[in-house]
Every structure is written in structure tokens, then in C-alpha cells.
Design a protein around this ligand. Structure first.
Ligand SMILES: O=C(O)CCC(=O)C(=O)O
Ligand SMILES: [Fe+2]
Length: 680
């Protein structure tokens, strides 16, 4: 350790391992053991681009400038670490230092930002093939709750489970046989696969395509954009850089298969050449959401070339690049492009390929494309489409998406939610107007009342409230906060209730309940409100059921106000939704979070403290909640809330399906669509 770095090591004592046979300088790779991911992150911050001296078995070795990279323990390095950890089994190998150079020399991971400098014949990279707007909407739909993630059993390769999530369209790529499943009609579920998204007709000019895509962006219709991107790719004319003398351009009009890969930060794909008998020449990869570096390695000479793929770019691998160079995305958290360290984000890639018929005997080089199986019926589904639409309409069970991305999230964030919402008394004026116009003495059901932010307004209007919500922790905040907050004149205006209206109301009647089964008797209420609830319901059958339940609990002639988030936001709104079904992040401060262990159970303060020392907050929450991630830079836990954004007229359409409801009014306010209904 050099003198100047001593203090760093004192606070963050890593242990450095160099494979035994390489314990003489110079060495290129070495693993640094750290005790937690947070240590690893801190080490990267402290030591990136620094030179250090390492003590290897008593020998001091000075490194060149480090390029440090935080990586998951891969199977190989785990095995290696087991061998090396014999001296200290508690060590975790989480850091990989790359490109240790000769002492004094700086490390320059080779990477080119354009493929022009890379001599891999047949490789072409087109920047900005997809626009930023298209990218946003595409990602929202491809990673959103309606995307057809391939069932798990299809994601096993010979070497184990494929960690990244994948979707296939057109034909399934089976990782176990490394082949495309050609028999789409096979009754076996394995081959059933969503068709390729496509545009109607076959006379799309570039202008028409751009216009179509612009509209799809405005409508948040990611599936239409996917169809437009497929068509744009099929029409693209690529230079034949393999044959410079030839002015001939190459096109891939028969593309009939897409694989969507979702790489979380740190994930990659092993070195491979796509199965030659499965796909013809011309593999296309479109990158969304993140930069990444793809490594190409010549299968005979072992020569490596690193290619930077910026987000929104298209990469074509044809001829040599397709057949004699392996490609790979190394598992790591950052890439280094021309000396600049680029942290990886979640990357979604679209691999567009032409699946071919099986080479039959003689015709070994047969590259006849399989039939294009295309549809405009989206969102696409895996498996057999239910024969009875009606049956499907009746299914109101809670989908996994809502369980994980609505219910679990609100349970976890209840305290902070109340602090920043109900306590501040931010109410929609339309809803308070609705409440004021009800006859005095009305019993109002507040369905999905959350932290009870409308309770004071209901009392102040001279009515009584019964609140129901599926989140018990949220309901707890509604009870606990009412009595004092509402007599406290220092609080926000919307939370004040005149003493004449208080009475027993200082403790509201609340019940834990699902809006699919409101825990109230039929016709027991004079009116109901259901605010910011329906945008968390992920199927139309559940949305209809919610409206039916509202109409059931309200007496004939009673009024209902329903509000839900709108896809169309005002131009000055800080909210902009990329699609109709999206995840909306909620940044939670760890100090407010209801502490949990990995099974989602609450913990005692004492055991919690011990745990927190051993395990980062990040890990605790990502174990307990699907989809929660720790943002180390901001010190926040980011939850993803599922939301369905309503298009103009959509609420009205749902209401028209229910005979007992009459539309009295509708409109838009503060980013929400609302309807006023009368029970008839
Ligand atoms: O993610 C990428 O860009 C490449 C994916 C790939 O190589 C494959 O799916 O075969
Ligand atoms: Fe590939």
C-alpha cells in the first residue's frame, strides 16, 4: 500500500487476490474482496483512476491506474473465490479490477465509439435509429406489466438459468436446445408465442412511418412503436462494408423474430455466435435505455474488439461479424469508452432476426425464412388465448403486478406517503366541490381512502365518512392523524374542521377492504368517492368490478365521484407518462420505511440494527420488495408503482358498461380524468 493511500485502506480494508500463477507483476485482472456492496461502491469512488500499491504475499506491487468495476459474483469467479478464500471463508469477491498495467503506465481500456475504427467486417452501427421519445415509450411498454415475459421454464440454457429477463415474438428461441422452436401450432405451450407486432398493409413510406410513430408516441402506444421499428428495420438499406467495391445495399425484409433482452445493471450475455441453423445472416440489435460495450472475439485468432453501443443505436452483425466473431456483453457495472467511465443502467435490447427452416439433408445451406406470423392485436399474450372472453372478464383476482407494485409498495411507504400527502391537505378542488354539494348528513364511502386526506373535507361539508383501503398501514395513518391534525388550527386549511362539525368524527370509521369486495352492505351509503384508486387496477375486468361495487354500496339516486390519472398531462406538468401501463417511481427515504426482513415480516429494532450493519439498506429492501432498488447516490429506496393511465373517454366507456350508473358529468383536472355518476 502506498503511503498516500493508507487512510483509504484503513477505513475500507479490502483484501486483494491475484490468481496464484499470476502473482508476479504485471497482471491484468485481480479480485478485491470487500465485506458489502456498499464498501465496493465506496472503493470505486475512492480508487477509480488511482495508482495503488498492493501487498501480495509480502511483495509490494505498484499498479498502473486502476479501472475498477463492481460486478456480481459470477459462477466462475465464485468458484475461484471459494478456492482462494480457504484462508478466510467470510470474504466476498465483489470487485474486479481490470487492466492493471505496468507500473507507471496508465490504463486505456480499448474501446471505439464508432465501428469505423473496428475491423470487424460486416459490423455496422447506426446511431439514433430510434428517437428519444420512441425509446421512452418503448421501454415503458416492454418493461411494463403487460409485456409477455417468457415463462420461466423456457429460460434455461445448458449452463443454467438465463438471469436476464427475455421476451420472444414471432418464434420462441429455446435456450436449452439453442434453437428456434419452429412449430408454432404445436399444442405444447412451449411453442406458443406472441406474434410479431406489425403494421397494416405493405406500402409504408418513410414519411408515413414517421408520422405513424409520432402519433403512437403521443398516444403512449408502445406496441405500435415496436411495429413501426420492425418495419423501419426491414426497410433499412445497409452499406455492404464487407464488399467496398460493390455499391449494393443489403436489406433484411424477412425479419420474423424478436428477442427482447432486459439487462439489469451488472448483467450481461455470455460469448456466443447465434445458432447458424436457426437464423440467417443479418442479426440486428437495437439498444434502449443504456450505453453498453459489446465485445467481439474472432473465433480462430482470439483477437478482441470492443464496440460501444449507445442507447437508441442499431447494430447490424452480418457476414464475418455474424459467423466468425463471437459476441458478448461482459457482466459488469460500468463500461469504459475512450477513457470515460460510463455507469450502466438497465438496458433493453431488441434482437431482430430471420428464423429459418431446418436445413434438410442436401440443402444444408437452406436459409428459407419461416413464415412471418404477425398481428396487430396487442398487448400480446403467451399461451392460448382464452376461448371465452366473458370468462376472462369475470376474473377479478389480484394480479401479481398489483400485489407487488401497488399493495406491497403502499404498505412500505405509508408513513412517508401520509407525511407528504394527507398531512399537507392537498386536495383536488373538483372533489371538494362534489363533497360540498352533497346533502348535509350524507354517509360517504371513501373507497381507497388511503391516509384519509379527504376525511376533513367530508366532515367540513357536514357529512359522515366510512373509509376503506386495502393497505392497513395507510389506514393506520388516517386514524392516528385525524384527531389532532384536525383540531390544530395551525395545520393546512384543507384539514381544518369547525368544532361544530367534529363530534365523534375525530375518529373516523375505517375498514381494511379490497375495492373488488367493498366491505359495506348494499345501498348503505348516500354517496361515494373513489379517488386515485382506479389507476392502480391492471385489468379492465377489475376496473369494471370497482365501478360495480361503488354502485352497489350507494343508494339509488346517490352520487359517486371517480378520479384517476390521465395519460394526457398538462404541458407544464412535471409528470409525463410514456404509456398507458407504466411503473411510476416513488422515492422513499429509508428512515420512513416500515422495516422488514426478507420475508416481508416486521422486525424488532434490535435485530434490525444488527442486520443493517451486516446488510445494506439496499439489499434489505430489494429482498423484501420486488422491484425496489436502492439509489446509493441519493440515499433513497426507489419503489415502482404500477399505474394505468386513462385516455380521454376511457372512464366514460367503462361506465357505459354498467346499467345502474348514469353519467352526470366528466372532465379533467390536475392531471386526472374524473366522472360524476348517479346510481339509477
Ligand atoms: O443484447 C444484445 O444486444 C445482444 C443480444 C444477443 O446477442 C442475442 O440475443 O443473441
Ligand atoms: Fe447474439
Amino acid at each position: 500500500m502506498s503511503e498516500s493511500n493508507d487512510s483509504k485502506w484503513l477505513t475500507l480494508p479490502p483484501e486483494v487476490f491475484v490468481p496464484a500463477k499470476k502473482q508476479i507483476a504485471p497482471f491484468k485482472h485481480c479480485h478485491i474482496g470487500t465485506r458489502s456492496p456498499l464498501h465496493a461502491q465506496a472503493l470505486i469512488r475512492e480508487l477509480q483512476n488511482q495508482q495503488i500499491t498492493i501487498n501480495v504475499n509480502g511483495t509490494q506491487i505498484k499498479t498502473g491506474k486502476l479501472y475498477l468495476d463492481f460486478a456480481d459474483v459470477t459462477q466462475r469467479s465464485a468458484a475461484k473465490s471459494n478456492r482462494m478464500q480457504k484462508q478466510d471463508p467470510s470474504l466476498q469477491l465483489t470487485l474486479i479490477g481490470k487492466d492493471f498495467d505496468l507500473p507507471g503506465e496508465s490504463s486505456k481500456p480499448e474501446c471505439t465509439s464508432t465501428t469505423n475504427d473496428v475491423v470487424v467486417p460486416g459490423l455496422i452501427c447506426i446511431h439514433d435509429f430510434v428517437s428519444e421519445d420512441e425509446e421512452q415509450v418503448l421501454i415503458a411498454c416492454l418493461t411494463g406489466p403487460n409485456a409477455p415475459w417468457a415463462p420461466e421454464q423456457k429460460n434455461f440454457s445448458k449452463t443454467g438459468a438465463v438471469k436476464r429477463r427475455v421476451q420472444h415474438y414471432g418464434y420462441v428461441f429455446d435456450y436449452e436446445s439453442a434453437d428456434v422452436l419452429r412449430n408454432r401450432k404445436d399444442e405444447e405451450e412451449k411453442t406458443l408465442c406472441p406474434p410479431m407486432p406489425c403494421l397494416p398493409g405493405d406500402s409504408w413510406t418513410k414519411e408515413m412511418l414517421d408520422l405513424f410513430s409520432d402519433n403512437a408516441v403521443k398516444e403512449g402506444s408502445g406496441w405500435d412503436i415496436l411495429a413501426a421499428v420492425v418495419e423501419r428495420t426491414r426497410q433499412t438499406e445497409f452499406d455492404d462494408n464487407d464488399n467496398e467495391a460493390s455499391p449494393v445495399k443489403k436489406r433484411y425484409p424477412d425479419i420474423n423474430q424478436i428477442t427482447v433482452n432486459e439487462y439489469k445493471r451488472g448483467q450481461g450475455i455470455g460469448s456466443h455466435i447465434d445458432t447458424e441453423s436457426a437464423f440467417s445472416d443479418g442479426l440486428i440489435s437495437i439498444s434502449l435505455g443504456s450505453d453498453c460495450v459489446m465485445e467481439f472475439k474472432h473465433k480462430d485468432t482470439g483477437v478482441k474488439k470492443l464496440v460501444h453501443l449507445p442507447p437508441r443505436s442499431l447494430l447490424l452483425m452480418s457476414s464475418d461479424a455474424r459467423y466468425i466473431w463471437n459476441h458478448q456483453i461482459v457482466t459488469r457495472m460500468t463500461d469504459c469508452v475512450n477513457g470515460k467511465v460510463l455507469p450502466r443502467k438497465t438496458r433493453v435490447s431488441l434482437t431482430l432476426r430471420t428464423a429459418i427452416t431446418l436445413p434438410s439433408g442436401e440443402g444444408k445451406n437452406d436459409t428459407t425464412p419461416l413464415a412471418k406470423v404477425e398481428t396487430r392485436v396487442f398487448p400480446p399474450k403467451w399461451g392460448k388465448v382464452s376461448e371465452s372472453e366473458e370468462l376472462e372478464d369475470e376474473d377479478i383476482s389480484t394480479p401479481e403486478t398489483e400485489r407487488e407494485h401497488v399493495h406491497a409498495v403502499y404498505d412500505a411507504i405509508a408513513t412517508q406517503w401520509h407525511h407528504t400527502r394527507g398531512k399537507r391537505g392537498v386536495l383536488w378542488p373538483g372533489a371538494t366541490k362534489f363533497l360540498k354539494e352533497l346533502p348535509k348528513g350524507s354517509i360517504v364511502a371513501d373507497v381507497g381512502c388511503g391516509d384519509g386526506k379527504y376525511f376533513p373535507a367530508i366532515w367540513e361539508a357536514g357529512s359522515y365518512v366510512i373509509g376503506t383501503d386495502i393497505s392497513e398501514p395507510l389506514l393506520q395513518t388516517s386514524i392516528g392523524a385525524c384527531a389532532n391534525a384536525d383540531t390544530n388550527k395551525a395545520g393546512p386549511q384543507n384539514r381544518q374542521v369547525s368544532s361544530s362539525k367534529m363530534g365523534l368524527n375525530s375518529r373516523p370509521a375505517v375498514a381494511v377492504g379490497d375495492c373488488m369486495h367493498i366491505p359495506l352492505q348494499s345501498k348503505s351509503c348516500d354517496a361515494a368517492i373513489c379517488i386515485a384508486v382506479m389507476h392502480h387496477l391492471s385489468t379492465s375486468s377489475r376496473r369494471i368490478r370497482c365501478l360495480k361495487e361503488l354502485s352497489r354500496v350507494v343508494k339509488k339516486g346517490g352520487m359517486i365521484n371517480v378520479q384517476a390519472w390521465a395519460l394526457e398531462q398538462e404541458s407544464n406538468s412535471k409528470r409525463k407518462f410514456a404509456g398507458t401501463d407504466v411503473f411510476v417511481p416513488f422515492n422513499a427515504q429509508p428512515r420512513y420505511l416500515n422495516k422488514v426482513n426478507a420475508n416481508g415480516e416486521k422486525k424488532s429494532q434490535e435485530s434490525q440494527n444488527i442486520d443493517e450493519k451486516c446488510k445494506g439498506v439496499a439489499e434489505m429492501y430489494s429482498d423484501a420488495y420486488e422491484g425496489a432498488e436502492y439509489d446509493e447516490r441519493k440515499g433513497l429506496v426507489v419503489f415502482q408503482r404500477y399505474c394505468h393511465m386513462y385516455k380521454e373517454g376511457e372512464l366514460e366507456d367503462l361506465v357505459s358498461k354498467i346499467d345502474s350508473l348514469e353519467m352526470v358529468g366528466s372532465g379533467f383536472e390536475s392531471g386526472n380524468h374524473f366522472v360524476i355518476l348517479k346510481v339509477v
